[in-house]
Design a protein around this ligand. Sequence first.
Ligand SMILES: C[S@@+](CC[C@H](N)C(=O)[O-])C[C@H]1O[C@@H](n2cnc3c(N)ncnc32)[C@H](O)[C@@H]1O
Length: 567
Amino acid sequence: MTDLEELQKEIQKLKKENADLKKRKKFGLVWENKEREQGIDDGEYYPYLVKKGDDFGIENGDSNKNILIEGDNYHALQILQYTHKNKIDVIYIDPPYNIDKDLKYGDRWIRKEDGYRHSYWLSFMQKRLLLAKELLTKEGIICISIDDNEYARLKLMCDEIFPSNFIGVFTKKIAGGKNDSKTIKVNHEYLLCYGRSNKSRIRLKDEVTTKDTTRSLQKDGDEELREDRPDMWYPIYVDMKTKEISFEYKKGLLEIFPIKNDGTERRWRWEKKTAIKDVKKLCLVKGKDNFDNVKYDIHVLTPKGTKKQLPWSSFIPDYSTGGGAKLTEVLGRKIPKMYPKNLEYIKWICGLSTKESPIILDFFAGSGTTAHAVMELINDENVHITNNARYILVTNNENKICEDICYRRIKNVTTGYSYQRKNKTIEIPAINSNLEYLKLETLKYDDKRHSELDIKDFMVDKLIEIIKVKEMCFSLKKVSDFLYKFNKKDKDVYILQNIYNMTQEDYIQTKKILSESKEDTISIYTLALQNHAHYEKKVADINKNIIFEPLPENFLKLLRKIQRKKR
Ligand SMILES: C[S@@+](CC[C@H](N)C(=O)[O-])C[C@H]1O[C@@H](n2cnc3c(N)ncnc32)[C@H](O)[C@@H]1O
């Protein structure tokens, strides 16, 4: 290579380096993305669900079930991508705050001294939040508890994941703070709230006014001028004897326009047709302009006792203690080193949903405060949450937290429990509810067991469990050798299986059963590995609107792969 060639090569290299540097992110959150989590996403894992066991779960003859999933939430969120995409109304999470060894990354605990601990935490949270976002409905909201340790980084990350959909942040008083702190005794944490889209809203605070109040009908603030909305500049007339307000000119009436005290021409807040319709809410108010002349204005009257919806204060002084005591009451024993959230606080968060029957997801469920909160909200006639609201909880089983604490708590709340206070026994009545308790397992593509598995049965078994989660219904009735029907009140949903063994007569019989269905629209899951359309066509020509539900594609892909390997 000549000197010139070498120089040219060096220039090309520098140009590329320069271009790469320009491409680098210059604003926002930058961190060292950590290696994959051992046993979570460091290979080809296919999560599926199994029933925890016959001793677990709560039956209640209900076709719409609450769900508890034991296992790593990354895998649970992957399954929920199929079962609950765009279906969750509220996500509440209380993740590890990344303080002194509370973060488990794959199979290792991250130590406080680890120089990369923020990077581990961010990598851990980012992949979970990206999946979680996909589950929210268009109007859905996510609320995240966090403290000063990771607040700033989490805020930047969420700003990127939910761009332009920051709803707000609450600062919540908490107990504690160390008196031996050298500077500030910290007794607050945060609740970060984001929406899935600009349609997302939180329910406002209900208030009842305690006295009559009035507010000027003049627009005050943005676009307040006459030229901003010329159609909202119109005269309002007042009979000074009777104080009657009208909109037609008549001799002797006082004419009032929206004019500021300094003489600026403004506009009214209401369109003329609204003002005519709600004239009874309007009243005359006497005041003075900036030059001390008497000036009359039109106000809107809010009488005492009116229900109003007001914005929340960003500071939450309540609910600072009591989470641990409540858990002790419900379980009948003290759980060391557990810091559950205050039950009333989580009820308040769930109640931020504008929906009456929200589906609420908590994928760092810990002791199950969120499940307890949803049950109590449903049971309370004075709140807007009705008995169709449901929860999905996910928690790992560190120190048997899922089995011995979370599940036990849900069970005790459902059956009722008692505890002692000041030598008195307090009885807490049962809350009618239900629960399906499932456990996550994963299949690894190179798993030795594959050769021993009867793939077809395995596939059908696992798919059905996942479909049950999608329908939030775990009761399936056998209708024929090929057809199963979900025991649902609100819709007719079928699973068509063993299709490879179906004869022409079987198809005729299946079509007959389907056409006798009570509903005009029915949903069918066709458990075919390949050629869905082929099998769907065979039952499609009945007098019903049939929705052929999709199957989880990643799962099918794996099973096809295994089947090919077997051949
Ligand atoms: C701070 S606690 C939540 C406490 C909960 N809000 C309550 O009131 O009881 C976080 C919980 O998430 C669980 N957890 C941590 N990492 C997890 C993961 N990757 N998958 C599932 N659960 C996890 C922990 O076991 C812990 O119980």
